[in-house]
Write a protein that binds this ligand. Structure first.
Ligand code: 13P
Length: 260
């Protein structure tokens, strides 16, 4: 039997369309005063600013050797071409971006991304040497209709199509119930654990045990300092994808310090 890989939690701040590059600089510096070496020994922390802030955040992380990993919120799947307004994976990799969110529910719902385009992005992000954070999650209507598992399983199978077990073992899947995003309404720790365990069992059924034990499963949806500990200490929750509470240093640092 192979050794069970230990999964270091990943706490990710998805800033969405907030904070210009001056705001970004200030937030990263404030965060750096609050986050300790012990924190980053225990958890990985990724920051996902808007595209226009990436270079600024990269520069301050590199210059001051800050213990944050750079992330992006989105990318196109093509390498280059006539795609006005889009950003290629290799452009992000060149900025030392480590993690790229793929298929956030806002991208799916507002910008029409499909399971197929999300899968193309996941593969392109891997090809460019970065780690995808594949987002999955059900609407309230789907949950009420007992369709949550079917929706999430379908998104995982489609999103990981053509990706091999070793690649998936190094990936992140974020379970974000759409009804909990930006609503202040968090899934209970029990419901979040059950769905994150279901994400892992779907990966196990599709790609085998090593992929399932390696993949990090984040929970996202109104994560706050007050609920971070009970969520993060669930056995199948390996981190958080944080929206609103990542826009200020104090709550985001406290989420990253949930174990204290
Ligand atoms: P909130 O934390 O604001 O609910 O956002 C969650 C989210 O969508 C992170 O990607």
């Amino acid at each position: 039997m192979s050794d069970q890989p230990s999964r270091k939690p990943l706490i990710s701040g998805n800033w969405k369309m907030h904070l210009n590059h001056f705001d970004a600089l200030r937030l990263v510096q404030e965060l750096s005063y609050k986050v300790t070496e012990d924190d980053v020994a225990a958890v990985d922390i990724s920051l996902h600013p808007p595209f226009t802030d990436l270079r600024t955040v990269q520069t301050v992380i590199d210059a001051d050797r800050l213990p944050f990993l750079l992330g992006a919120q989105h990318c196109h799947h093509e390498e280059k071409g006539a795609f006005t307004g889009e950003v290629a994976p290799a452009m992000l990799a060149k900025l030392n971006v480590s993690y790229v969110i793929a298929g956030h529910s806002e991208r799916r719902e507002v910008f029409g991304e499909t399971d197929e385009t999300v899968n193309l992005k996941v593969r392109a992000i891997l090809t460019a040497g970065m780690v995808p954070i594949l987002c999955v999650g059900e609407t309230l209507a789907e949950r009420d209709a007992q369709q949550a598992e079917a929706k999430v399983a379908g998104q995982i199978r489609a999103g990981l199509d053509g990706v091999n077990a070793q690649q998936v073992a190094g990936m992140v899947i974020a379970y974000e119930p759409i009804w909990a995003i930006g609503t202040g309404r968090t899934a209970s720790a029990e419901d979040a654990q059950a769905m994150c365990a279901f994400v892992r069992s779907t990966v196990r059924d599709t790609l085998g045990n090593d992929a399932a034990e390696g993949v990090r499963v984040q929970y996202g949806g109104s994560v706050k300092p007050a609920n971070a500990k009970e969520l993060m200490t669930q056995p199948d929750i390996d981190g958080a994808l944080v929206g609103g509470a990542s826009l200020e240093a104090d709550p985001f640092a406290r989420i990253a310090q949930y174990r204290l």
